[in-house]
Ligand binder design. Structure first.
Ligand code: SAH
Length: 346
């Protein structure tokens, strides 16, 4: 099978070129064609000789995704279902518009192993982690389709990014690299359900990306019920790892808290939450829980959500309510599920 040229970082590509008896600066040229000009064929890389272009074409692929489906929400959010080309699998990616720019919500795996009860990505078969090239291609494919520049990336699509650690970190470095997509690390958020050892690893990478932690509950009893990962890494260990991340990177950690009616949305929960994270350099992102098919969780009332937020704010915890985007096209948090499990026949 041809190797995906987007799976290489610049250093690796230079070495690869040396191994096929080409000059390393050719790798720089190819990188520029991919990340600056976003071309979709080696043929278009016109400062390479015809022979080299042919050689690349024979041995490598650019693995451009094709769009199987594109849905547009009333609020301007766009959801893509991409054919990832070689194995009949499809993934979802969501483009959101904010005042400060365009944010892309990327998937990190085909399926997810975490089993969170409230998430639509639970229950679809887990196939594999995406390669770094497949993660980066989500950004390139959307930039080509919409002719825009993506300014922010959130790893909040399908999958658990820290369960595909090496590929995700590699993708972040390529997204961030000045000769890659040059997206500032502070504009890249990694969201995790809480794989504690990998939070330590990420802290040590010195990348400066934002860590978002899907906390959702203030105590182990409730959290273990909703998020099986909590039975392996409990809240105490998780908070300790977050503190390490803050210390090591100097960055504020973001806690995601999806509010479900009569589940985790009363003031007792808020009180426990405050005790847990008081004094940390953090921010709480409140998400009105989104309904999923057969989901038994109901969104908290607006009144409760506001009460919860105000209570946190009054007690010194910075909390904001995440604007709901794309729920009419099942593109909101927790609604991604690799729509219509793609098979080539459909
Ligand atoms: N696996 C990672 C990233 C993917 S989910 C993680 O768990 O963080 C992105 C965010 O959406 C997470 O905070 C997740 O808990 C949240 N989420 C999942 N289902 C949801 C739902 N039904 N409503 C609101 N948020 C949800």
């Amino acid at each position: 099978m041809k190797k995906n040229i987007k799976d290489y970082n610049l250093e690796e590509l230079k070495q690869e070129f040396v191994s096929i008896s080409e000059k390393p600066y050719r790798a720089e040229q190819v990188f520029k064609w991919i990340y600056e000009y976003n071309v979709t064929s080696f043929e278009e890389m016109t400062n390479l000789s015809k022979e080299l272009r042919e050689k690349l074409n024979e041995n490598y692929t650019l693995k451009n995704f094709s769009i199987l489906k594109k849905l547009e929400s009333k609020d301007g959010t766009k959801k893509y279902l991409f054919d990832i080309q070689d194995d009949g699998n499809a993934i979802e990616t969501v483009l959101m518009e904010y005042k400060y720019g365009k944010t892309l919500c990327v998937s990190s795996q085909i399926g997810c192993r975490m089993g969170c009860k409230f998430c639509a990505s639970t229950g679809i078969p887990f196939i594999r982690g995406l390669t770094s090239g497949e993660i980066v291609e989500q950004v390139l494919a959307v930039q080509r389709d919409e002719n825009v520049r993506i300014s922010n990336i959130v790893f909040m699509g399908i999958g658990e990014p820290l369960d595909n650690y090496d590929n995700v970190v590699k993708a972040i470095r390529i997204l961030n690299h000045p000769k890659g997509l040059a997206i500032g690390a502070r504009h890249i958020s990694v969201s995790t359900s809480g794989i504690v050892p990998k939070i330590y690893d990420l802290a040590k990478e010195q990348i400066q990306c934002t860590l978002s932690v899907s906390l959702h509950c203030p105590n182990d009893e409730k959290r273990s019920e909703l998020m099986p990962v909590n039975k392996i890494y409990n809240i105490e260990e998780l908070i300790k790892a977050c503190k390490f991340y803050i210390e090591e990177t100097g960055r504020r950690v973001s806690f995601e808290y999806a509010l479900a009616k009569d589940n985790n949305d009363n003031l007792e929960d808020a009180k426990e939450l405050i005790k847990l994270i008081r004094g940390m350099n953090c921010h709480v992102n409140l998400i009105p829980i989104n309904k999923i098919e057969n989901g038994k969780f109901i969104k908290s009332t607006n009144e409760n959500i506001i009460k919860f937020r105000d209570y946190l704010n009054e007690h010194g915890i910075v909390a904001t309510i995440r604007r709901e985007l794309g729920s009419d096209i099942d593109a909101a948090c927790g609604q991604l599920r690799r729509q219509n499990l793609y098979n080539k026949v459909n």
